[in-house]
Design a protein. Structure first.
Length: 281
């Protein structure tokens, strides 16, 4: 039978799991995996359920569960597990995160389809084309920013995009665009922020003798690099390592953290609770 993923978020109260489970039972479904969390601070309940059901159409399942969800005041989504969100990846000149996404996509580790890569430079065009993906050069300056972002939105519509990934895209998105992409655009940055902003953060970190470096993947918001965090990781470093060695270590962390965040989002494991997230393993 087809396997589906159900995600649900609603005000916390008794009987949520019982109601949804009963609804799935009425559909002849069998729950094979379930994760749930009740957040005391916001009184919000989050649940991700994997189940198989005779019905192949996710819309039909969602419609059957709609009365129960309405009674619970719940936001719900249902999709087939084999559904792959269509991703638009934005890059500038650094290729390490992009290449990692390509590798995990090609090997089946990442449950997305990379539909198009957009860049404000042409440096990575041949790399993208080599992987059989469409490449769009959208240059951007202070005077062309609005037009460039309008072109980006057109590309999202044209390619039917579900997810935007900023894989070391070195431009600040406008407030309007950030709000347009709220909850479905993921960025990666070094975890030094806000301590080491600007150029060469690893060199700045080395000059201060840091002993721990890392990276953070988060949802894009108009508050620069302050969006809800999806994934993070760190590595210990020592005084014997040069700025260049710190940069190499940092790049490794950045690509792994970004890919983990994209995977979690694509599999419906991330729930937004204001400025925070619930991320099921």
């Amino acid at each position: 039978m087809p396997v589906h993923v159900l995600t649900l978020k609603c005000p916390d109260r008794p009987g949520i799991v019982a109601s949804i489970s009963a609804g799935l039972l009425e559909l002849g479904a069998n729950i094979v995996e379930n994760a749930q969390f009740g957040d005391e601070t916001t009184s919000t309940f989050c649940m991700r359920t994997l189940f198989d059901a005779p019905a192949a159409n996710a819309d039909d399942i969602r419609s059957e569960l709609a009365p129960r969800c309405q009674a619970l005041g719940a936001e719900i989504s249902v999709r087939r597990e084999d559904h792959r969100p269509r991703a638009l990846v934005m890059v500038s000149s650094h290729d390490h995160c992009l290449l990692d996404l390509f590798y995990r996509w090609r090997t089946g580790e990442l449950s997305v389809d990379i539909a198009v890569v957009v860049s404000n430079h042409t440096d990575l065009e041949s790399t993208v084309v080599h992987h059989g993906v469409a490449f769009e050069h959208v240059p951007i300056t202070a005077s062309t920013k609005a037009a460039a972002e309008a072109s980006l939105l057109d590309l999202m519509v044209h390619h039917d995009i579900d997810l935007v990934v900023l894989a070391r895209y070195m431009q600040v998105l406008s407030t309007d665009l950030c709000r347009e992409l709220a909850g479905w655009a993921i960025n990666i940055h070094h975890s030094f922020l806000p301590g080491f902003k600007g150029a060469k953060p690893y060199h700045q970190a080395w000059s201060r003798g840091v002993k721990l470096i890392g990276a953070t993947a988060h949802y894009v918001t108009d508050d620069l690099d302050e969006g809800p965090i999806i994934d993070q990781d760190v590595a210990r470093v020592t005084h014997s390592q040069s700025p260049e060695q710190l940069t190499i270590i940092g790049r490794d962390i950045e690509r792994v953290v970004l890919s983990r965040a994209v995977k979690a989002h694509a599999e419906g494991r991330v729930f937004l609770l204001g400025d925070r997230t619930v991320v099921f393993p």
